[in-house]
Write a protein that binds this ligand. Structure first.
Ligand code: GAL
Length: 640
């Protein structure tokens, strides 16, 4: 399959007279896909029940006539103003109990039945009308679930739905649920929090002090399930009318809902990649690293999400929005260095992306995103990104296709663990995402290609090394699979620290078959009190203090075990800083028979079936294995 390019276009923003010329220019630049429609509800249904599809018919016809394939978005991220008059209580409510207002986007609560019925209506109309349109070659549901902190809502609708969800989770006789089962699971005897009925259970906000962690974790799980159900509602409707694949565009470091569960209902995972936009607020990196990569983006952050969404899409994934120039929404919005738009595009392809679409075709002269670059300027003249897109299109046409292959290393990423850490970080700012990302970065610095896996016991076949940091709750099936695999397994810290209801399990953690390690107690560390390791680097942030007969491979300066192993199982008894993590990764690879490299700066590689792709994110050249990699370059080296 040849890789393809596309762009995001808003025909409703521009006079009809220029659509054909826009379409011609897109095709001429070598683009295949054009995504439209995802924010156009007020023009598709200007008044309740009064539809206007003529303009969209024409836009699709014009784009299709130019040879472009349309990705049609459902407009449910932007309910029109009249919707609020019909359903005043559909707005999501923030943690302080304040309804969020109309005037931007994503102003809805996933639990509101009236709003869901409206969504079903508009999606039905679209699917009936365009489901067999020859130019509509894919669909996108909604836009960026969870963006702007919108997964969790403390509304009345959410409260009602949460009670129903709890009744099903703690089932009793009939439909009523077993409130004693909930009291026991949550440990509500503590602080006299027992309930007599599910109707007494409220949402876990505005409590005097910290709410019960079991309550909060269940609320996270419920909120995630609401997103899954909302998406499924749309998917079921579209599938009844169309055979085109359905995607959703996920985001960078948005982890409030279980993307694997949403992805299970879709054909393609896609994500929106803004390497410079993410740098300041989402990438776990030092200020120096952020400065060094201000115009290139972090060398691992995009790759991490490429690998994550390949798992979410079960192999099929795209970049639905690729930053083509400066964005408007980050704390600082520099322009990318020349060559980076091309590099980002090829990096996605090297990780298996089927398509990369640039956001957006033309910079908007109005409203919130005036300062966001497009491939064109507001007057239609070419912006810097277009040339690079064109170059990538030519290269795709001329070069051999990418041949994806299984990586030697699997890294498990679990959304439920992310919520458990969030509910109970144990130290200020401690984050599961950051622990996993630190591990991923160390693997990539060692020159390894990585597959990310869900915490699913069934997928470990064929890996030499399986890495599973911070899985706070480990189902028995996963423990058994890790105990039995022929791969080397590197787990910890905080593995199996809680059971499914967020209680400390007995026997004490990690209770891992084949590994004689018991966590005696845990501690979190101030940022300025890391504990040194004699071989270099530190344990920082979080520590398991362990007992047991597993072989101690490294002790910290205070004598406590930091890295232990027994058979194929390794346990990290703390959060290792980059120096120590690099060493732990090399040890694990040695045990697994995997060769490692020590990649300098922002040089990274990715193996495919036939080649090694090299990406130099730095403004200086690097040399390794006898090859020189120019600044900001993409190099494809065929395998011998
Ligand atoms: C994305 C979003 C787009 C646009 C873009 C700007 O998060 O899906 O609609 O807002 O950001 O960078």
């Amino acid at each position: 399959m040849k890789r393809t390019l596309g762009t995001c276009y808003y025909p409703e923003h521009w006079p009809r007279e220029i659509w054909a010329e826009d379409a011609r220019r897109m095709a001429e630049a070598g683009l295949t896909w054009v995504r439209i429609g995802e924010f156009a509800w007020s023009r598709l249904e200007p008044a309740p029940g009064a539809y206007d599809f003529d303009w969209l018919d024409e836009a699709i016809a014009v784009l299709g006539a130019a040879g472009l394939k349309v990705v049609l978005g459902t407009p449910t991220a932007t309910p029109p103003r009249w919707m609020i008059d019909r359903h005043a209580d559909m707005l999501a409510v923030d943690v302080e109990g304040r309804p969020r207002k109309f005037g931007s986007r994503r102003h809805y609560c996933f639990s509101h039945e009236g709003y869901k019925a409206e969504c079903a209506q508009i999606v039905t109309r679209l699917a009936e009308r365009y489901g067999r349109n020859p130019h509509v070659a894919a669909w996108q549901t909604d836009n960026e679930y969870g963006c702007h902190d919108t997964t969790i809502s403390y509304s009345d609708a959410a409260r009602q739905a949460f009670r129903g969800w709890l009744r099903a989770r703690y089932p009793g006789q009939g439909n009523d649920g077993d409130i004693e089962a909930l009291n026991t699971a949550w440990g509500n005897v503590f602080w006299s929090m027992d309930y007599d009925s599910f109707d007494q259970v409220d949402l876990p906000n505005l409590t005097v002090t910290e709410p019960n962690p079991s309550h909060v974790l269940d609320f996270h799980r419920f909120s995630s399930d609401q997103v899954v159900a909302f998406n499924r509602l749309q998917v079921d409707i579209i599938r009844a009318h169309s055979e085109a694949p359905i995607a959703h565009n996920y985001m960078g470091r948005i982890t409030d809902f279980d993307h694997y569960a949403v992805g299970a209902d879709l054909d393609i995972a896609s994500w929106d990649s803004y390497p410079l936009g993410f740098l300041e607020d989402r990438v776990p990196a030092t200020t120096d690293q952020q400065r060094d990569y201000a115009r290139q983006g972090d060398p691992d952050f995009q790759a991490f999400h490429h690998d994550l969404y390949r798992a979410v899409g079960r192999g099929r994934w795209w970049v639905m929005e690729q930053q083509p120039g400066p964005v408007n929404w980050a704390p600082y919005n520099p322009a990318p260095l020349p060559g980076m738009v091309r590099l980002w595009s090829w990096e996605a392809f090297a990780h298996g992306a089927e398509a990369v679409c640039y956001f957006r075709w033309r910079q908007a002269p109005m409203a919130q995103e005036q300062m966001h670059a497009g491939l064109l300027r507001p007057d239609g003249s070419e912006a810097a990104g277009l040339d690079e897109a064109r170059q990538v299109a030519t290269e795709i046409a001329e070069a051999p296709d990418v041949s994806p292959t299984q990586a030697p290393v699997a890294l498990i990423f679990d959304y439920d663990a992310e919520w458990a850490w969030r509910v109970q970080p144990h130290g200020r700012g401690l984050s599961y995402f950051e622990l996993v990302f630190d591990t991923y970065r160390a693997l990539r610095k060692a020159g390894l290609s990585v597959d990310i896996l869900p915490p699913d016991a069934g997928q470990l076949e064929g890996y030499a090394l399986v890495v599973a940091p911070g899985l706070m709750h480990m189902p028995e099936a996963l423990k058994a699979a890790l105990a039995q695999t022929s791969a080397v397994v590197m787990m910890g810290p905080r593995s199996g620290a809680r059971d499914a209801t967020m209680r400390i399990p007995v026997p004490l953690p990690p209770a891992m078959p084949g590994l004689d390690v018991t966590v005696r107690h845990v501690e979190s560390l101030r940022p300025d009190t890391p504990v040194a390791l004699p071989a270099g680097g530190h344990v920082r942030s979080y520590r398991d203090v362990i007992d047991g007969s597993a072989e101690v491979i490294e002790r910290a300066e205070d004598g406590l075990p930091a890295i232990v192993a027994q058979g194929h199982l390794m346990y990290l008894a703390g959060w290792l800083d980059p120096v120590a993590m690099g060493r732990a990764v090399r040890m694990a690879c040695e045990r697994a028979g995997l060769a490692t490299r020590d990649l300098p700066g922002g040089l990274r590689c990715r193996e495919t079936g036939a080649e090694t792709f090299w990406f130099n994110h730095d403004t200086r050249a690097h040399e390794i294995d006898g090859n020189t990699f120019a600044p900001l370059s993409v190099t494809r080296i065929p395998k011998p």
